[in-house]
Design a protein around this ligand. Structure first.
Ligand SMILES: Cc1cc2nc3c(=O)[nH]c(=O)nc-3n(C[C@H](O)[C@H](O)[C@H](O)COP(=O)(O)OP(=O)(O)OC[C@H]3O[C@@H](n4cnc5c(N)ncnc54)[C@H](O)[C@@H]3O)c2cc1C
Ligand SMILES: *[C@@H]1O[C@H](CO)[C@@H](O)[C@H](O)[C@H]1NC(C)=O
Ligand SMILES: *[C@@H]1O[C@H](CO)[C@@H](O)[C@H](O)[C@H]1NC(C)=O
Ligand SMILES: *[C@@H]1O[C@H](CO)[C@@H](O)[C@H](O)[C@H]1NC(C)=O
Ligand SMILES: *[C@@H]1O[C@H](CO)[C@@H](O)[C@H](O)[C@H]1NC(C)=O
Ligand SMILES: *[C@@H]1O[C@H](CO)[C@@H](O)[C@H](O)[C@H]1NC(C)=O
Ligand SMILES: *[C@@H]1O[C@H](CO)[C@@H](O)[C@H](O)[C@H]1NC(C)=O
Length: 630
């Protein structure tokens, strides 16, 4: 099976190598943006001494052949691991930007020199807030995949804090030259390379044991281009450093009277993993995906070169970098995206539960009543974010949190949702909707979404995109039955009624999973276990999620897939599920731009050629060596 996939991929790789690449062309126009000042600070071959060049210099194609690459990436303690002198030399070359990893919760452990009960207390209190992890060079928000080797704890002696899946070193990059040096060093020294921005990724793609990490959070420039006029697009745009947080861009958009396509979470890196993975937004039902809005990107390639990537320059990479995930084809340093005029947003929220009058059957009929309108609501440009969860034996809760109508007044929304609310009432489900009209996306977002909880190890998520056919006729019943099965089993449904709206003004020729273009729902399904669960319990819960609950979801959505940034790290046939029919082309581009495998991310394009040692079935971690399968 795996061998067949690899064979067909090799054929695809051979095909892509022949298509031409007009890399010298650039976008032209009356007002094309320039690079950020720190993007003009670049590595030149002349700026390195011969000795430094052999460590940190650019790719020399004649030096190392692909077929004689070592089996595993170098690991701390190996004879091939760089000496302290070399690390120190690297730090000097970086102007002091090298950070040796101290696990975030180290102050909680007596075995660590950082042991400090007061500091530990502060970390324990803030652990579930995203900012703590966003502002740490190596921490990520899903510690399960890091290996749980240094969790905040009350008992400093219960275990020892170790690095686990955290990177060995990070470079806090502030200019392109430092990114180039890190990529070159990782390639030349056969180090595992990771790119960490905020650490939001559901599969912890931004950590890795024994890795050198490029920490991009410091690249946080936001520049508003009121009259962008370049390469055929004329209108407002933003040029964003890849470390910018969504809330920072939303704020800038509000100040400038425009709307940008960002996610629902405040601290996701909009120009980092969000756009790289496609990016879904409360405004996607109106104007499309985050990746559809990109005009141009600046990228450090696996060979260390710094290039501009857009429709004219490296068009094949431009296609791949918009949707197929981060940490695969290079390090993006900045992204220019379209902005839209300011739009009003009206939200609606309500909650209902099973009760003496609302049986479980009625409750799920109510969910079916909502699904019946999924295609209508998304066609109207609306988005819905909701929760369905078991709250006791045979008892359930539905929370609309909220229904979000773009570019609509309260009166328009009332007209839109009344048939649905009437259907609920006819079932005996009376709700009291709270409908609020806002003047902009930013205002609606401030009023709707609180800071999210992260850092827990008591649950695991999977997800699926549901095509619009699933919400029509007999298929709707089958879909509802599959969803009900999971919720009755204890699954937590975080649902999005959303579409990737077709948009002629945007550029939708990108690698966003084609399943997005057919979907009107994206459902995340969580399996939870007690905080003190054993590995066996975690394995059982994860297995039930992936092979029972999700199997039924896959069975009712044949040929669909899911959103790679919020997905199950154990997803079977992830190539088809995360990338669909684009996988062979994406794989070929991976071979073209990263033939030496400098970049790796779990479930990333080409990752099937690698494995991590020391794994426990169903609880994959990045706490092991990264080795080639071959
Ligand atoms: C609470 C929560 C809410 C979310 N809400 C949404 C939502 O509404 N819509 C949505 O679309 N997604 C959402 N996501 C998913 C989110 O888009 C992804 O997790 C995304 O990958 C995060 O990107 P990041 O840069 O913030 O995080 P990171 O974890 O730091 O990076 C994610 C991946 O991108 C890579 N990467 C980051 N920056 C770069 C770069 N500059 N160059 C190359 N590779 C890079 C990393 O190596 C990693 O593989 C949510 C996630 C969480 C945890
Ligand atoms: C790198 O250099 C800076 C500045 O001299 C120093 O503060 C930092 O600790 C060094 N990093 C490492 C890993 O030694
Ligand atoms: C922590 O490490 C020390 C030194 O290696 C060892 O003696 C001790 O038993 C370890 N403690 C725990 C709880 O594993
Ligand atoms: C439940 O139904 C009964 C009979 O129809 C009605 O009298 C009662 O008010 C209902 N209770 C609630 C909480 O809706
Ligand atoms: C919002 O609605 C107005 C008026 O109906 C329309 O002109 C405008 O194009 C809409 N904006 C978007 C982004 O769809
Ligand atoms: C309605 O929702 C808004 C926005 O979330 C909130 O400020 C307001 O308090 C809510 N009103 C009621 C009656 O719950
Ligand atoms: C769907 O199921 C409901 C109740 O379970 C049933 O009344 C209805 O006829 C079914 N619809 C279709 C199209 O199968």
């Amino acid at each position: 099976m795996a061998a067949t996939i690899l064979q067909s991929l090799a054929i695809a790789a051979a095909t892509v190598a022949t298509f031409t690449n007009p890399t010298s062309a650039t976008l032209t126009g009356r007002n094309c943006p320039s690079r950020f000042p720190w993007e003009t600070i670049q590595l030149t071959p002349q700026s390195l001494s011969p000795k430094d060049a052999s460590l940190f210099g650019f790719s020399n194609p004649t030096r190392s052949r692909i077929h004689c690459q070592p089996k595993c990436k170098s690991f701390p303690g190996d004879p091939s691991w760089p000496s302290d002198t070399v690390w120190s030399r690297f730090n000097t070359t970086l102007n002091g930007a090298l950070i040796k990893t101290i696990p975030l919760a180290a102050p909680c452990y007596r075995n660590r020199p950082e042991y400090d009960p007061a500091a530990c207390q502060r970390i324990r209190e803030a652990w579930s807030t995203p900012y703590l992890h966003v502002n740490d060079p190596s921490s990520a928000m899903f510690p399960l995949y890091q290996g749980r080797t240094c969790m905040p704890t009350e008992d400093p002696d219960a275990s020892n804090c170790t690095l686990g899946g955290y990177a060995a070193y990070s470079v806090k990059v502030e200019n392109v030259r430092q990114v180039q040096l890190a990529v070159n060093f990782a390639r030349n020294a056969n180090l595992r390379l990771v790119v960490k921005n905020t650490g939001h990724d559901f599969a912890d793609k931004s950590v890795g044991a024994g890795a050198l990490s490029v920490w991009t959070r410091g690249l946080d420039d936001v520049e508003f281009l009121r009259e962008y006029d370049c390469g055929g697009y004329r209108g407002p745009a933003f040029k964003l450093g890849s470390g910018v947080l969504t809330e920072e861009v939303y704020k800038a958009a509000e100040e400038n009277g425009v709307t940008v396509v960002g996610g629902e979470c405040r601290t996701v890196g909009i120009a980092g993993g969000f756009i790289a993975g496609g990016g879904h937004s409360p405004v996607s039902s109106l104007v499309g995906m985050g990746a559809d809005q990109v005009l141009s990107m600046e990228v450090v390639l696996p060979d260390g070169r710094f290039v501009t990537v857009n429709e004219k320059s490296y068009p094949d990479l431009f296609w791949a970098l918009r949707g197929a995930g981060g940490s695969t084809y290079g390090v993006v340093t900045s992204v220019t995206i379209r902005a839209y005029p300011k739009i009003p947003v009206t939200t609606m929220s309500f909650v209902y539960t099973t009760s003496p009058n609302i049986t479980a059957d009625t409750f799920f009929a109510g969910l079916g009543a909502y699904m019946k309108y999924f295609n209508k609501f998304t066609a109207a440009g609306a988005y819905g974010y909701f929760l369905v969860v078991s709250i006791g034996p045979g008892e359930y809760l539905f929370s609309m949190m909220p229904f979000w109508a773009n570019n609509m007044t309260k009166a328009e929304v009332t007209t839109l949702v009344n048939p649905y609310l009437n259907d609920l009432a006819n079932l005996g489900i009376q709700v009291t909707p709270n409908i609020t009209e806002y003047s902009s996306l930013f205002q609606a977002y401030q009023g709707s979404f609180g800071p999210e909880n992260v850092g827990a190890t008591d649950s695991h998520a999977a997800s699926r995109l549901f095509p619009k056919e699933n919400f029509k006729g007999a298929k709707l019943n089958a879909t509802l039955a599959a969803v009900r099965h999971a919720i009755e089993g204890g699954g937590i449904l975080v649902g999005y009624n959303i579409r990737a709206a077709p948009n002629l003004k945007a550029n939708q020729h990108n690698s966003v999973n084609p399943a997005w273009r057919k979907a009107t729902a994206f459902f995340i399904l969580g399996a939870a276990w007690p905080a003190d669960a054993s590995d066996a319990q975690i394995q059982q819960a994860s297995k039930t999620l992936t092979t029972d609950w999700m199997e039924k979801w896959r069975a009712v959505t044949p040929g669909s897939g899911t959103f790679l940034s919020e997905a199950d790290i154990n997803e079977p046939d992830f190539q088809m599920s995360f990338y669909g029919e684009y996988y062979p082309r994406l794989y070929a581009l991976k071979k073209k731009y990263d033939p030496k495998g400098v970049f790796y991310a779990p479930t990333g394009v080409g990752s099937e050629e690698w494995y991590i040692t020391d794994q426990v079935e169903w609880i994959p971690t990045q706490n092991g060596r990264l080795c080639r399968r071959r």
